[in-house]
Design a protein. Structure first.
Length: 124
């Protein structure tokens, strides 16, 4: 998988998480892996194996094919499995993914703020 495909797959995972209102920690817990693995997939450093991607799809309520739509290439995941022919990614789709990334980050920040508030209340 090329670096661009890895980034696209990572964006799709992050988008699916956003739509399912899951943080990296939530997703990791649901699929029985470490948050660091989720992070490495989202950043395009590593690719999930087919079994992991199937678990991500189930946890986010997305079909497996969703993660390879609009990537512009035939998808190849961590274990060498291939997922069908893909469509091209337009610039407007990239902009929309960035907007969704921002929204997801805002939600994660709000969750962290709430956690801090809870810890502060427990200290008092």
């Amino acid at each position: 998988m090329t670096a661009k495909q890895e980034k696209t797959l990572g964006k799709k995972i992050k988008e699916a998480m956003f739509e399912a209102e899951l943080t990296q920690k939530d997703l990791a817990k649901k699929i029985g892996l470490k948050q660091e693995q989720i992070s490495s997939w989202i950043r395009g450093i590593r690719n999930p194996k087919t079994d992991s991607l199937k678990k991500i799809a189930a946890a986010t309520g997305k079909p497996l094919q969703y993660f390879f739509e609009n990537s512009g290439n035939v998808g190849s995941i961590g274990d060498g499995s291939k997922i069908g022919e893909q469509n091209f990614t337009s610039n407007s789709a990239d902009v929309e993914l960035l907007r969704k990334d921002i929204e997801l980050l805002k939600k994660e920040i709000e969750i962290l703020k709430l956690k801090i508030e809870l810890k502060d209340k427990k200290k008092k």
